[in-house]
Structure formats: C-alpha cells, structure tokens
Design a protein around this ligand. Structure first.
Ligand SMILES: Nc1ncnc2c1ncn2[C@@H]1O[C@H](COP(=O)(O)OP(=O)(O)OP(=O)(O)O)[C@@H](O)[C@H]1O
Length: 658
C-alpha cells in the first residue's frame, strides 16, 4: 500500500477513533487541509509521481534553483553549450576541408593537396584545446550537480540545519518506505548525474549535427538525406519498442537485487560477533547464495536481451556502410560530382545517422538513467513527506501525540514529564497492523522524583520512552517534557561515534572545545573508566564500538551526561543492563546528584532503590494467568503509576530485597 493510499485524511483508522496523517496531492484533500487551517507551506510541495522525464527535469531544476550553486550551474551549462557549438562548428568545417583534400588527391593537384594537409593540421590544433576545455567544464558540471544533489538529499535525510527538523533517517527506517537511502544518496546520484550530463550533450549535439549535416547532405543528394531520415526513424522505433521495456525491467531488477545483496553483507559486518558466536557463516553463505543466484538470473536474462539488441544495433549500422556511396556513386561515375563529394556525403550520412539513432544507441544508458531517476524521485518524495509530516505534527489541532516543552526545570515540583490522556500506537508500516500500546495514559513526574518503568518484555516500555522523546507520535493526547537540550537519552546499546575518545565523551556536541581535558578525565574516572586513559589518549581515534565492552560503552554514556551542564533529566532504556551491580549503583548515585529527575526501564529489582515511583505495565489477566491460561497479546495493557513502596507492596514477588 502506498503512503498516499495508507493515509486518508479525515477517515478513521480501522479500530480506533484516531485521525491519521493527511494525504497530500489531491485537490479535495488539499481543500480539506485548508479548511482545517493546516499551513499550506507544510504540504504544498508534495506532488504525485511524474513521468521519468518530468522527474529528471525536477532533479535538474533542483540543481539550477540551488541557492548556493544555482549561479555556478548556469555558468557551467552555458560554457559547456558554447564549447559544444565550437566543436560542432569545427567538425562541419573539417568535412569541407576533407572534401578539398580528397579531391586534390584524385586530381593529383600537389599544391591543393599540401594546402589541404595544412588545413587539417590547423583544424586539429584549433579543436584540441576546445575539446580539453569542453571535457573539463563538463566534468565540473557533473561534479557541481552531484555536490548539489548529494548535499540536498543528505541534508534532508540527516536533518541538517536549514533542510529539515527531527529525525527523517529514523522515520524512513520505521516506515520502511524506501530501501537503501544510503545507496541512493551516494551511488544513484553519482550514476544519474554522469549519464544525464552526457545524454544532455548528446541530445544538443544531435540536434546541431542534424541541422548542419542535413543541409550538406541535401545539397549533395536529397534522396540520401530522406533515406537516412526514414532509415534511422524506423530503426529507433523497432529498438525502443522491441528492446527498451525489457532492458528497463531487468535494469531495475538488477539495481534492487544488488542493493539487497549489499545490505545482506552490511548486516553480517554489523553483527559480526553474534554471527561468529553462532558460527552462522554457513547460514549467511546460503542466504547470500540464494540472493546472488537471483541476481545472476536477472543478469543472465539481461545479457540475452542485450545480445539481441546488440545484434540488431550493429547489423543496422553495418548495413549503412554501403548506402552513402550507393546514393552518390552514380553521380560521380557520370562525372557530375567530384570524388571528394563521396567521402563528404559518407561523413554527413554517418553523422546524421548517428544523431538520428541516438535513442537506439543509448538505449541502455537511457534505461539506466530512468531507473536512477525513479529511485531518486522516490527518495525526494519520501524525504519531503517526512519533512512535511514533522512540520504538520507541530501544527496545532492535528492528530498525533503532541509533545510540548514544559517550564524550565526548577528545584522542586516542576513538572519534568507529564502524560495527559496519551494513547500511543506503533508507527504505521506497510503490511503491518498497528498496535495500541496504551490508552488514555495520564501521570506526572515532578523534579526530584524518578520513575522506573516495569513490565514484561514486549509490553511497550521502550515505546513510552520513544513517545516521550518525540520519536513515536502515532496516537493522541499531550505529552509534556522539559526542553530537548535538558534531556539526555540513554539506550541499552549506546551509539559510539566514529572519532576520538574526546569525541565519544562530548557526543553529540563534538565541536565543543571549552570542555577541558581534566574535566573529561574526571568524568571517565567517575564512571570507573579511568584505566582507559592509561591505554589511550583523549585524541586517539579508534573503532570504539568494537574496542569497548557493552558495559564500558554504557558507562561512557553516563560520562556524557556528567559533562553536560545543561542536562536536567535522563531517559534510560536498560542503560545499565550490561554493568555489574556495583557499577550500576555508582552510576545511579551520580545521576541522583546531578539531575533533577530521570526515567529508567529495567528488569533488575535492584534498580528499585534508585527510583521514587514506578510505572507498572501489565495485562489485566496477569493474576488469573497463574491458575488459568497466560495473558493474550490482544488484551489491553493496564498501566499504573504509583510510589515505589506501593509497587513493592503490591508485587512482593518482584520487590527488591537487600
Ligand atoms: N519499529 C516498530 N514498528 C512496529 N512495532 C514495533 C516496533 N518496535 C517495537 N514494536 C512493537 O511494539 C511493542 C512494544 O515494544 P517495546 O520495544 O516498547 O517493548 P518493551 O516492553 O520495551 O520490550 P523489552 O522489555 O523486551 O525491551 C512490541 O510488541 C513490538 O513488537
């Protein structure tokens, strides 16, 4: 199901009275949006898909309208066109020089022969620097276009300042809307720009060649001129209709399968340790082999089509070798034209034929560029949609969990986290039914309070933190949290930045230079990682994710909090699960001294002593489950907010004992 079908504005979702995100692109829906007061700038630039040519023009217009590179784009394009014109002018002139030269040979005119030879040399000397300059500007045009498109896509994907807000890379991963955005940004842009610049020049060259050489050929032989036009048009129609669709189909299949194969190997690299523990190399090899065999089958079919196309294309061109002399030869034999006219006519004939059969010759490039254009268009539409959804989710009165910032955290009684009638659902994803994780959940955590979220695995604990962090917004209700810069998120597997130890500790503010080395060292010692300083300097760049144990990485994450003076609150999703109890206690004691509040998720009862409150997620049939059947996944989850002592009294089996 496409996003347009999935998201119907104003319609109710299947099992809830929740409104879902608007569809954009149809007039009636746009009117609906207007009536509801949704700002037009948040939806107007998402349009339904266009043709391949339309999409290619969209990618070109993005380049020319680029505020940073637009002027450069225009100057380079003009320069390329002027140089192309000069090159074609020189070729036209060269054809007349060739005629004189050949005629001089036939007439045994020594002076004219040497003059012709000089002229050939002069044309070559004139054209050589033009060709070099043309290649250079054309290369610069490709480079600039690639830089512009790559920056735009990467900016939208990674939410660079001025491009987008929020976490589009996360949203695209959640919805699974498009595959391999990384490959599209790096490889497809490169391929598209390379082919498009060449094709555009070929088209201009074609038009100019046809215009200049058709006149020459017509003056020699109108029959030859009409002959070449009819011959090339018929050839082009046969090639595009007979081979074009198949070439395009297999090209698209191949690109998709190659992306899947690459992704499979990336997953093995990312999970190398787990795969090695399982000795899973053989299973991975067998999966790789299945995928690779699929790819080879596609390549094989594509080779069959390409061979057929190659046979047609070459036979078509070979058949033309005799055509020009055939058309002009009789006039020469009758003495009506000079001998040089035959070679000039042949040259003109072949140039026009080459121009007229451009589509046929470039059919493979055209299908390839078509595939890249479609993939880039999909990426552009998905990224724009992401951006618009994020803008819309911040527009008042729209569906979704609204996240609002609470007042500056104060010493006591300031609301640090407030859920107000929050109903949360898992994110929409094609082919997967959305789950409702909580219904009308309300509670409030104030400063100097801390919350432990407990419940069975898969019940929705992490999802509540994702909602609090503004990552999951599907549902309704209001969620209040202190400003983002005061909140720090600590996942079970912390993200290790590629950089120095200093960068690790300062992440995500790696540019901050005012934190002294002694502060960094102190933070490391506080989390019992002082020994790292004996083995590594702060400026040393290493592959930290594979060098440090998970427990050490979790302690690095706690050191990050200690170094941030603006952090008031932490959201900790099993953030100490890999630490020993002694280290866990040290880390929580540090948090208690440093922060106004924190929310943790954890299964260990020992965590209870570091939290004032509990949020208990459970199925209502939990008690009866002991005597009867186990709770069903479809039962609504009950969620209770209470002081820790009350939770322990209610759940003596789960309570922590010294
Ligand atoms: N990206 C996702 N898209 C759709 N559903 C998801 C996604 N991630 C998790 N879920 C579903 O949401 C439900 C709650 O998941 P969540 O991660 O919040 O559980 P949890 O209580 O934190 O589990 P655990 O203790 O095992 O970490 C699960 O049923 C899971 O299948």
């Amino acid at each position: 199901m496409s996003w347009r079908n999935r998201m119907r504005f104003g319609k109710k979702s299947r099992d809830e009275d929740l409104e879902v995100v608007p569809v954009i692109g149809k007039e009636s829906e746009q009117e609906d949006l207007l009536e509801r007061g949704v700002p037009a700038e948040t939806w107007q630039d998402v349009k339904p898909k266009s043709t391949v040519l339309g999409a290619a023009l969209m990618l070109a217009s993005m380049f020319f309208r680029d505020s940073a590179m637009g002027r450069r784009a225009i100057s380079l394009t003009v320069a390329v066109l002027v140089l192309l014109l000069l090159e074609i002018g020189a070729i036209v002139y060269y054809s007349s020089v060739q005629k004189e030269y050949m005629t001089a040979l036939q007439e045994k005119n020594i002076d004219a022969f040497y003059h012709g030879l000089w002229m050939v040399g002069a044309v070559i000397i004139f054209i050589s620097p033009i060709i070099a300059l043309h290649e250079y500007t054309s290369g610069m045009l490709k480079m600039t276009w690639r830089a512009s498109l790559t920056r735009r896509f990467a900016g939208l994907y990674l939410a660079a300042p001025g491009y987008c807000e929020g976490n589009p890379f996360y949203r695209l991963t959640l919805t699974g809307e498009i595959d391999n955005p990384d490959q599209r940004i790096c490889q497809d842009v490169h391929e598209f720009v390379g082919i498009a610049v060449h094709l555009a020049q070929d088209i201009v060259r074609t038009v100019l060649n046809i215009a200049s050489f058709a006149a020459i050929l017509y003056s020699i032989s109108p029959a030859a001129c009409y002959g070449v036009l009819v011959y090339s048009i018929v050839g082009t129609i046969v090639a595009t209709k007979g081979f074009g669709p198949w070439l395009g189909f297999y090209q698209l299949q191949r690109v998709k399968q190659e992306a899947g194969l690459r992704y499979d190997l990336i997953r093995v690299r990312e999970n190398a340790e787990s795969v090695a523990f399982f000795e899973g190399g053989e299973a991975e090899w067998s999966k790789f082999n299945t995928l690779f065999s699929g790819l080879l089958q596609t390549v094989y079919k594509s080779v069959l089509v390409t061979s057929g196309f190659g046979m047609f294309n070459r036979s078509f061109h070979w058949a033309t070798f005799a055509v020009a002399p055939l058309l002009v030869g009789p006039a020469y034999l009758r003495g009506e034209v000079q001998f040089g006219v035959i070679s000039q006519a042949s040259m003109a004939f072949n140039i026009i034929l080459g121009a007229m059969t451009l589509i046929m010759d470039k059919l493979e490039s055209l299908t390839d560029v078509g595939v890249r254009v479609r993939r880039l268009e999909d990426l552009e539409l998905s990224l724009r949609k992401c951006r618009n959804e994020m803008q819309m989710s911040s527009a008042a009165g729209l569906a979704g969990v609204q996240c609002i910032a609470s007042a500056e955290p104060g010493p006591s009684d300031t609301a640090m986290l407030r859920f107000c009638k929050v109903t949360l659902r898992t994110p929409p994803r094609a082919g997967i039914l959305q789950q409702t994780l909580c219904h009308d959940l309300s509670f409030e955590l104030v400063s100097n309070q801390s919350l432990l979220i407990v419940g069975e695995s898969g019940i929705g604990k992490s999802s509540l933190l994702r909602a609090a962090a503004g990552l999951w917004t599907d549902g309704r209700g209001t969620l209040q949290l202190c400003k983002r810069q005061h909140v720090f998120f600590m996942p079970q597997k912390p993200y290790m930045f590629l950089g120095s130890l200093r960068d690790q500790l300062l992440y995500p503010h790696v540019e901050e230079s005012f934190v002294s080395n002694s502060d960094l060292e102190k933070a490391l010692r506080q989390v019992n990682l002082g020994h790292l300083l004996e083995q590594h300097s702060l400026s040393e760049s290493k592959e930290w994710a594979s060098l440090l144990s998970l427990g050490q990485q979790q302690r690095i994450n706690f050191a990050r909090v200690l170094l941030r003076s603006d952090v008031r609150m932490a959201l900790i999703d099993e953030g100490t699960s890999a630490c020993d109890p002694a280290n866990e206690a040290v880390l929580y004691e540090l948090l208690q001294q440093r922060l106004c509040s924190y929310v943790s998720i954890g299964h260990r009862p020992a965590l209870q002593r570091f939290h004032s409150h509990a949020l208990w997620l459970h199925k209502p049939s939990l008690e009866s489950a002991a005597s009867a059947c186990s709770p069903s996944a479809s039962d609504p989850t009950e969620i209770e907010f209470m002081p820790m002592a009350e939770f322990q009294a209610k759940n003596p089996a789960l309570a922590y004992r010294e």
